[in-house]
Ligand binder design. Structure first.
Ligand SMILES: Cc1cc2nc3c(=O)[nH]c(=O)nc-3n(C[C@H](O)[C@H](O)[C@H](O)COP(=O)(O)OP(=O)(O)OC[C@H]3O[C@@H](n4cnc5c(N)ncnc54)[C@H](O)[C@@H]3O)c2cc1C
Ligand SMILES: NC(=O)c1ccc[n+]([C@@H]2O[C@H](COP(=O)([O-])OP(=O)(O)OC[C@H]3O[C@@H](n4cnc5c(N)ncnc54)[C@H](O)[C@@H]3O)[C@@H](O)[C@H]2O)c1
Length: 480
């Protein structure tokens, strides 16, 4: 007997599970297929364990800074490697358990396995054929490991294996200076591992605004030695790893490969969709509806390479579920682009990349080396650059500054609401806060605008009968 469903979702990661929840509001006839391990990349081996490791590392770093600043006579605490790694795993397991429980509750609406397409609407799994009105492919990505590096055996570490280490190596080569290399490299360095990081390009964490990139390289270079501008050659050595970088040769105990990720599509037989496949093995997809040609197949999450971040995978899950069940529905607008790397200083990109700005874009900047709040935090380094059009409408920003996770959100919220510099400057700024640096950058743009300012940076009085006016005017802490 043939088996048919309203919707099949391949992959129980962030995109697949969010797609499932969205689709379940409209139909009960959904089948989710995943070979495991369950728990999502973000919670198991991605966002969450990496941030736990970084947080612990930062706490040890702060302890050392107290000693360096002669604010304590006590020795700074040294990390207990096995305890740190166990702490990471304990929190990781807690984060992953929510997604695992959600799948377990699905009963026979979840199938464990690795299916392959036999036609655009039919899959084969364990000799059984299952068709659907629509199929969502959300199978995620995995770390790229260049073939010659496989010879390193257990000395080769990726983000898939690092959190299972029982203890930390003494000397680690980190290859790749994207978000993963920057975050994990700094975390290991602050946990006492001797880290040297190698990048093919001069770019750190994808920054394309040179002054911000230079500020980031300088600040991150204080926690680990950075080598940029060449590919590495890697060889297995006695009990270790040799890294050749240009004329230089280095020895390490282990190597972290952080040179990008590739889509999990090899088992899917995408050729059966009947569409030309691109170099990355995927068919071309409509960037708004994420649909492959006129097939009933949609591609969501990291595997499509559009915006490989957790909140974007979730949004893509919503988008594909919406269109898979309502193919003729209006398309949904993407949110303002936002990417944050949790190093210190934090690195963030918002809105339009620097390389895509119009030639006449205006740029305002703030140097955080003498920003009041940054000095208090003992994190006085880095640069913020904010971009607007010639009318002062905000377009984007890049930054390597303390507190970038917050400043980047504030800017993304302003940009998505289509606000201009004048309106942004009429908002409140407390003292002493990092947002005062944002205000300096915005003021820098305003100084370049042709129209001269007519009045102080305060909104005009509104309607006296407005019942919310009191709330807007309520004063600060301490006032009853
Ligand atoms: C170390 C690291 C740190 C990160 N930090 C951040 C961060 O701080 N913030 C952020 O926004 N993003 C971060 N990310 C990225 C984030 O984890 C991803 O954007 C997100 O997990 C992508 O979700 P997804 O649904 O596309 O894929 P996944 O969560 O990987 O889900 C894919 C699912 O598909 C399943 N699957 C695989 N093959 C098949 C198959 N053949 N058939 C069926 N199912 C299959 C897998 O088992 C998996 O369950 C980080 C990533 C890494 C690696
Ligand atoms: N905080 C975050 O949001 C966060 C954190 C970690 C990961 N991520 C996500 O995970 C994904 C993967 O990250 P990634 O850092 O592995 O990949 P990436 O593609 O972002 O960076 C890989 C880097 O390695 C370099 N490289 C490639 N081959 C090399 C070689 N042979 N020698 C030296 N350098 C080489 C590239 O030039 C690039 O700079 C990204 O999409 C990112 O969005 C996000």
């Amino acid at each position: 007997m043939s088996e048919h469903h309203r919707l099949i979702i391949l992959g129980a990661g962030t995109a697949g599970l969010v797609a499932y929840k969205e689709a379940a509001r409209h139909s009960k006839d959904i089948l989710l297929i995943d070979p495991g391990p369950l728990g999502t990349t973000c919670a198991r081996v991605g966002c969450m364990p990496s941030k736990v490791l970084l947080q612990v590392a930062k706490e040890f770093h702060s302890g050392r800074r107290l000693t360096e600043r002669k604010l304590t006579r006590d020795a700074s605490p040294a990390p207990d490697g096995p305890a740190v790694m166990q702490h990471v795993r304990t929190l990781r397991d807690g984060f992953a358990s929510g997604a695992i429980k959600m799948v377990e509750k699905l009963g026979d609406r979840y199938l464990k396995g690795r299916p392959r397409f036999v036609s655009p609407d039919t899959l084969e799994i364990d000799g059984r054929q299952i068709s659907a009105d629509a199929i969502i492919v959300a199978t995620g990505t995995r770390p790229v490991v260049p073939e010659p590096w496989q010879a390193l055996g257990e000395r080769l570490i990726t983000s898939d294996t690092i959190f299972d280490l029982e203890t930390l190596p003494q000397r680690m080569a980190v290859v790749g200076l994207g978000a993963i290399g920057a975050e994990l490299g700094q975390a290991l360095a602050w946990l006492g591992v001797e880290v040297q990081a190698f990048g093919r390009s001069e770019r750190l964490a994808g920054l394309d605004d040179d002054p911000v990139n230079e500020a980031a390289l300088e600040a991150i270079g204080q926690s680990m030695t950075l080598h940029t501008g060449h590919d590495v050659e890697v060889e297995a050595a006695d009990n270790g790893v040799t890294v050749n970088f240009g004329e230089q040769r280095f020895e390490f105990d282990a190597l972290l490969a952080a040179v990008g990720r590739r889509p999990n599509i090899e088992d899917l037989n995408l050729a059966a969709l009947g569409l030309p496949l691109q170099d990355n093995g995927l068919p071309e997809i409509d960037p708004q509806r994420l649909r492959a040609g006129d097939t009933p197949v949609y591609f969501a999450g990291d595997l499509n390479g559009i915006r490989p971040l957790m909140h974007e995978a979730a949004d893509e899950g919503r988008i594909v579920a919406h269109h898979a069940l309502h193919p003729d529905a209006d398309c949904l607008q993407r949110r303002t682009a936002l990417g944050i790397v949790f190093t210190e200083p934090q690195i963030a990109q918002v809105g339009m990349p620097f390389s895509e700005l119009p030639d006449d874009a205006l740029i305002g900047k703030a140097d955080f080396s003498d920003q009041g709040r940054a000095v208090i935090l003992d994190q006085n380094h880095g640069l913020l650059r904010v971009y607007s059009d010639t009318e002062g409408r905000l377009l984007g920003a890049q930054m390597a500054i303390p507190g970038a996770e917050h400043i980047a959100h504030e800017l993304a919220w302003l940009i998505q609401q289509n606000l201009d510099v004048d309106t942004a400057l009429q908002l409140p700024y407390y003292h002493p806060v990092l947002e005062e640096g944002l205000r300096s950058a915005l003021q820098g743009i305003r100084r370049q605008l042709e129209a001269s300012r007519q009045r102080p940076d305060l909104p005009l009085c509104g309607d006296e009968d407005d019942p919310l006016a009191g709330a807007r005017l309520t004063a600060g802490p301490g006032d009853e």
